[in-house]
Ligand binder design. Structure first.
Ligand code: FNR
Length: 190
C-alpha cells in the first residue's frame, strides 16, 4: 500500500478557527494511505519581490515543507467573499521566485467552512483560479462547502453529525484517488 503525505494549509490565523477544527476532522476521516501534516502560514511576513534574491529562512522553510509533501490540501475560510489575506500571502511566497513555483504539478484540494449557508463557495472559487495559474492539478469534484453549526465538530475533531462525517470521509477518499491518479502520470521529481 502506497502512502502519501498531504500538507494542509489552514487559511485562518484565528486561535479559535473553525477551519482548524475542520482540518482536525479531516485527519480523523482520512483513509490510512494519507498522512496529513500541517504547513503553517502564520509566521510568514508580507511578501514582496524585494525578497526574491534572498528569501528569509521562514519562507525557505515554508517552500521546503511544500516540496516535502506529495499533495496540498487548502482548508480555508472566506473573508469578504474572497481568499483570506494571510493565505493569499502564503501562496504568493510559495509561487516565487519566478521559475521556482512550489505548486507546479502538486496535486491539490480545496475545502472550507463558514457559518454562512454557502460555506466559503466564493473564496474557494477564487482560490481555484489562483491555483490554476500556479499550475497545481486541482481536484474538481468533490466540492465541499461546509456550513458550520455550533458543535458540528468537537475540539478534538470528532464530527457529531453522521451525514457530514460520511461526506467528509468520501471527500478524503476522493482526494486520495485524485492524488494517485495525478502522481501516476506526473511522478514526483525528488
Ligand atoms: C468573515 N466571515 C465571512 N463568512 C462568509 O461566509 N463569507 C464572507 O465573506 C465572510 N467575510 C468575513 C470577513 C472577515 C474579515 C471575517 C473576520 C469574517 C465570517 C467567517 O466565516 C467566520 O468568522 C469564520 O469563523 C472564519 O473562519 P475561521 O477563521 O474561524 O476558520
Amino acid at each position: 500500500m502506497s502512502k502519501y503525505k498531504v500538507g494542509y494549509l489552514v487559511g485562518s490565523l484565528s486561535s479559535t478557527s473553525i477551519n482548524r477544527l475542520l482540518s482536525k476532522a479531516l485527519i480523523r476521516v482520512a483513509p490510512t494511505e494519507l498522512e496529513l501534516v500541517e504547513i503553517p502560514i502564520k509566521d510568514l511576513p508580507l511578501y514582496s519581490q524585494d525578497h526574491d534574491a534572498d528569501f528569509p529562512p521562514v519562507a525557505r522553510a515554508f517552500k521546503q515543507a511544500i516540496a516535502d509533501v506529495d499533495a496540498i490540501l487548502f482548508v480555508t475560510p472566506e473573508f469578504n467573499r474572497s481568499i483570506p489575506g494571510g493565505l493569499k500571502n502564503a501562496i504568493d511566497w510559495a509561487s516565487r521566485p519566478w521559475g521556482q513555483n512550489s505548486f507546479a504539478r502538486k496535486p491539490s484540494g480545496v475545502i472550507g467552512t463558514s457559518p454562512g449557508s454557502i460555506g466559503t463557495a466564493v473564496a474557494q472559487s477564487q482560490l481555484r483560479g489562483v491555483l490554476c495559474f500556479c499550475n497545481a492539478p486541482l481536484m474538481n469534484t468533490v466540492e465541499a462547502y461546509i456550513q458550520f453549526k455550533p458543535g458540528l465538530i468537537t475540539e478534538d475533531g470528532q464530527i457529531t453529525d453522521e451525514s457530514t462525517a460520511d461526506f467528509l470521509r468520501n471527500y478524503m477518499n476522493e482526494l486520495h484517488a485524485f492524488i494517485v491518479r495525478v502522481l501516476t502520470v506526473l511522478p514526483r521529481v525528488t
